[in-house]
Write a protein of this length. Structure first.
Length: 277
């Protein structure tokens, strides 16, 4: 297997590709992506830490960009660094020095060409609403408060029209589109437990602000501001002005990212070779 090498301190180190699963509370960050006017981004914190560990620049790739204030329970990243530390040592180092609102759940060696964003096949998001006359004080950083009662059954009927393979440009904040806005949404599940309502979205990818606009549209159905049947018309018209409001970021969380069989076959080969050795 071919790997890059890096010369340093008289030692020749092999470069390895790693996959890590991380969690973060996005409240105090300016989003995922590195920005020129601030160091306070998730990607920026990770790259700074890994660069310090490695003694050379490390670039981190995420499965997707989360906006300012959005959280992640299962964000996946990939990065390349030398074999000076093993995967578990890297995880322990990162957890030792990361801020309290970030954590690394796992680190493992990945296929040399594995890329967290390019090889993702399915993402799952949850948007959480607290639906009651009194706001949830202790959940205010993770729940969006909607005071008026929501008709859950009406929202479920509307959600059925939004599943499948469609052009979702009506549910995107971008005004100009350089790439296709066609996506496949496999599932929209709306569940209620007491005053908390969860909107779970699973699909092959989501456009800029798509989950928050979909939720805003469904909430308007739940409030009786539009009919469940009108949602299909919005989808067909592809007009952002007809869709619902952009919901606040705090209720949104990236739950998990799934990958294809290629990655699993590589992990199996690694495991098999370890038994042989």
């Amino acid at each position: 297997m071919m790997r890059e090498s890096r010369q340093g301190g008289g030692l020749r180190c092999e470069m390895r590709n790693y996959k890590a699963v991380i969690q973060y509370e996005g409240t105090r960050y300016r989003g995922w992506q590195v920005q020129g006017n601030t160091e306070n981004t998730i990607q920026g914190k990770l790259e700074a830490l890994l660069t310090r560990m490695e003694g050379a620049p490390v670039e981190v790739h995420g499965s997707g960009r989360t906006d300012a204030g959005v959280h992640a329970a299962g964000q996946v990243i990939s990065f390349r660094c030398s074999d000076k530390k093993g995967a578990e040592e890297i995880r322990e180092y990162m957890n030792r020095y990361l801020p309290e609102d970030m954590a690394v759940l796992s680190v493992e060696e990945a296929e040399p060409r594995f890329h967290a964003r390019l090889h993702a096949v399915r993402k799952t998001y949850v948007y959480r609403i607290w639906n009651g006359k009194t706001k949830h004080v202790f959940g205010r950083r993770f729940l969006t408060w909607v005071e008026e009662p929501l008709d859950v059954e009406a929202m479920r009927r509307a959600a059925e029209s939004l599943c499948g393979t469609h052009d979702y440009r009506a549910f995107c904040s971008l005004k100009r589109f350089k790439k296709s806005t066609v996506r496949t949404v496999e599932e929209i599940r709306i569940s209620q437990e007491g005053q908390r309502i969860d909107f779970t979205y699973a699909g092959d990818g989501f456009l800029y602000h798509m989950v928050r606009i979909l939720t805003g549209t469904l909430v308007e159905v739940g409030l009786g501001l539009r009919s469940a049947e009108s949602v299909k018309e919005i989808l067909d018209d592809r007009d952002r002005a007809r869709a619902g409001r952009l919901m606040p970021p705090e209720g949104l969380m990236l739950m998990r990212v799934d990958y294809g069989i290629r990655e699993f076959s590589y992990c199996f080969r690694l495991l098999r070779s370890s038994f042989r050795n």
